[in-house]
Design a protein around this ligand. Structure first.
Ligand code: UGA
Length: 460
């Protein structure tokens, strides 16, 4: 919404939410999310044509186009628990719009939703007693956290799905004309509602599938002596495969991939397509396995016991350049290490310690005083490493690549282990210092053979 406001000064954009604290934060100097470049855009437009308010009803009445952008987490109860999407918030929005709207509105599904949600939305909206007409559009969001501003500024595509009726087509054109202020027309795709809804799930499923494919192969690389960075570099040179999104890791995280794949799996089962459901479910299974495998390797390497050992956790966010920890691989890894009675010294440049402790309290069930005995959040990587038996890199923050590893090595217990869950550390340099480095998809015996950076110069 901030990007629309920034690009279209003549359009008023009002963001409304029930959560007063959140709206206050959006109106303050400390925005509730960290996202590079977002602060500048919000500050430039806020008060001019970008407003944040708790007055939901006025927001609905004043708008011609309403974006429903509420969260749709995986259901934690009842039918479909653990895989279906919880649509409570979406339905509540539709009911509120139906109740207070004062004329025709275009209602846009911005939240990620199961296919055919628009059908339910239509029924709820059309059941309004005032006789007003609504057009429903699907306009899924494809931005990634950490690069959101650039992704919105120059999107690969904008997708708008709508009904094949005159009024549906007019609604599509109305929304397309907003994006067309800064997005080239050929990148604005229009489809029917169901294609648009499904494309969002499919895009995330295909992206996550690439990561699980590479992570599955990383295990094969480790036992055969192949190097996963060399293998993906070679495979990615094929223009049909392409080089992006092939980075082996401790596992994908974030609020979207697992949720959206489980949603897809649920849909397939709903339609009796069990083989299709089983196929996509494997993407999540491999991701869970990769996290478990990482922890097992740590334990095996550290003489089969980590009880009482201090381990420095570098990075807690689900990826770099965000303070978002939702479904971060770090949560599962830390939980497993705590189960083995390790002591954790955690550092993340952007995630507040209160958030780290809350996430770990939620998954371990430990009380704050119990957590304090086994976890400490440190202000920098050097404090985290001091006295530690091992480093574990769980988020690919750039600052971890250029630490003073001599200094860190001297402050650690020996042998000093480093487990690189993101393959970003300078492995050769660290081995030279004396570290025992273990990295994803690198030979179990010797580790990396060629640093990833030097691959750039290799030609076919
Ligand atoms: C993802 C999609 O990339 C966006 O297109 C989509 O709009 C968004 O979900 C959404 O549905 O809202 P996001 O989860 O913000 O975006 O971040 P990604 O860059 O996709 O990373 C997801 C996870 O995969 C992270 O944990 C990341 O570290 C991991 N990853 C990514 C890898 O392990 N390897 C890679 O090569 C790429």
């Amino acid at each position: 919404m901030a990007m629309i406001a920034a690009q279209c000064p003549d359009i008023n954009v009002t963001v409304v939410d029930l959560d007063a604290a959140r709206i206050d934060a959006w109106n303050s100097d400390r925005l509730p999310v960290y996202e590079p470049g977002l602060h500048e855009i919000v500050i430039a437009a806020r008060g001019r044509n970008l407003f944040f308010s708790n007055d939901i009803d006025s927001g609905i009445r004043d708008a011609s186009i309403i974006f429903v952008s509420v969260n749709t987490p995986t259901k934690s109860y009842g039918i479909g628990a653990g895989s279906a999407s919880d649509l409570t918030n979406v339905e509540l929005c539709a009911r509120r719009i139906a109740e207070v709207a004062n004329g025709h509105k275009i209602v846009v599904e911005k939240s990620t939703l199961p296919v055919r949600t628009a059908e339910s939305l239509k029924r709820v909206l059309q059941a309004n007693t005032n006789g007003y007409k609504f057009d429903i559009l699907s306009n899924p969001e494809f931005l990634a956290e950490g690069t959101a501003v650039a992704d919105l500024q120059t999107p690969d595509r904008v997708l708008i799905g709508g009904d094949d009726t005159r009024s549906g087509q007019l609604a599509i054109q109305a929304l397309a004309s907003v994006y067309a202020r800064w997005v080239p027309r050929e990148r604005i795709l229009t489809t029917n509602l169901w294609s648009s809804e499904l494309s969002k799930l499919v895009s995330n499923a295909l992206l996550a599938q690439r990561i699980s494919s590479v992570n599955a192969l990383s295990a094969l690389c480790e036992v055969t002596g192949a190097d996963v960075d060399e293998v993906t570099f070679a495979a990615g040179k094929d223009s049909r495969i392409g080089p992006k999104f092939l980075k082996a890791s401790v596992g994908f995280g974030g609020s979207c991939f697992q949720k959206d794949i489980l949603n897809l799996v649920y849909l397939c089962r709903h339609y009796g397509l069990d083989e299709v459901a089983n196929y996509w479910e494997q993407v999540v299974t491999i991701n869970t396995w990769q996290k478990t495998r990482f922890v097992r390797r740590m334990i095996d390497t550290m003489f089969n016991t980590i009880a009482g050992k201090r381990i420095a956790i570098l990075g807690f966010a689900f990826k770099k350049d965000t303070n978002d920890t939702r479904a971060s691989a770090a949560i599962d890894v830390c939980r497993a290490l705590l189960q083995e009675k390790a002591r954790l010294a955690i550092y993340d440049p952007r995630v507040r310690s209160s958030v780290i402790l809350k996430e770990l309290a939620d998954v371990t069930g430990l009380s704050p005083s119990e957590l304090e005995k086994c976890i400490v959040c440190e202000p920098d990587p050097y404090c985290a490493a001091a006295g530690a038996h091992a480093l574990a890199v769980l988020t690919e923050w750039d600052e971890f690549k250029e630490l003073d590893f001599e200094l860190i090595y001297r402050s650690m217990k020996k042998p000093a282990f480093a487990f690189d869950g993101r393959n970003i550390l300078p492995h050769a340099l660290m081995r030279g210092i004396g570290f025992d480095v273990k990295a994803i998809g690198k030979s179990l015996s010797t580790g990396a053979t060629v640093p990833a950076e030097s691959l750039e110069g290799i030609s076919a």
